[in-house]
Write a protein that binds this ligand. Sequence first.
Ligand code: SF4
Length: 336
Amino acid sequence: MSQKVILTGDRPTGNLHIGHYFGAVKKRVEMQYDYNTYIIIADVQALTDNFENPDKVRKNVKELALDYLSVGIDPTHSHIFIQSMIPAIAELTVLYSNMVTVSRLYRNPTTKAELGQKKSVFGNDGESITYGFLGYPVSQAADLTAFDCEVCPVGDDQLPHLEQAREIVRKFNHIYGETLKEPEAVLSKTPRIKGLDGNEKMGKSLGNAIFLNDTTEVVSKKIMNALTDPSKIRKDDPANPEICMVYYYHKLLNNPNVENVCNECKKGLRGCVSCKKELIEKMEEFLTPIRNKRKYYEEHPEEVDTILKEGTERANKKAAEVLDRVKKSVKIDYFE
Ligand code: SF4
């Protein structure tokens, strides 16, 4: 295949929500026909934060696969695989651990921000920080290079990790000779999708997300509770749609009636209840085909298993080739 290689994926820590969809997954579905696409279900990385809860990670591997298939990731074009089933990634991680200093890992801005959050939660000076957490960018470098990844779509918060991976590649190639491909970052142009509560980020654990597998009842309830302009008390009060999450999602879903929503809201010609009901209708139009596809795969679990096994086999074959090349360069290829 002469197409450029792309690697994307998620940690299996929960279902995907519409923030994931509009922020990243929609683009992946479009790109899979133009790139040789590897999609990683990063269970080992999920364990860095959830090592005491393996059941959660295990359950979400299948859930994530169902989410991918239901939104249109096409297993005949994309290799969907499970990270822990690619032993070459683990071996590369060990070899790359010599390519980066501990102080450089601490200086990674994303790691620093996450460390700050952990310290504020656990209130200590790093006692709870594991080697696995700190080494996360090293394992990401292994993920990317294991498939000769050339293109990696990232959000701005992931950029420091990618830069660290690129540094590891450069150092490796400098010491051992040209062996690894240096992945290039493609920054996501889609802004982060806001939560139902107006939070800048829709998050799995923030209680402000609409999940792709939410039922009609759950979606309706969530939208009815979404943040609107708090100054609008009565139905005919004029309001500011720009600070209303309902209007924000009307725009996100490309509601053709969005201009009317805006004008009527500003003039006090629209009540919030009917505005929310219209959004529920649009959200249902968007989610129904996704739910239907999910239902098909839920009823055919053996098909999902086959897709994962075959994707993982293809990924394993490629990663083993890269590992052979790496071992040759490091001169640890002892026997034919
Ligand atoms: Fe928001 Fe619609 Fe109410 Fe205006 S009328 S504040 S856009 S829900």
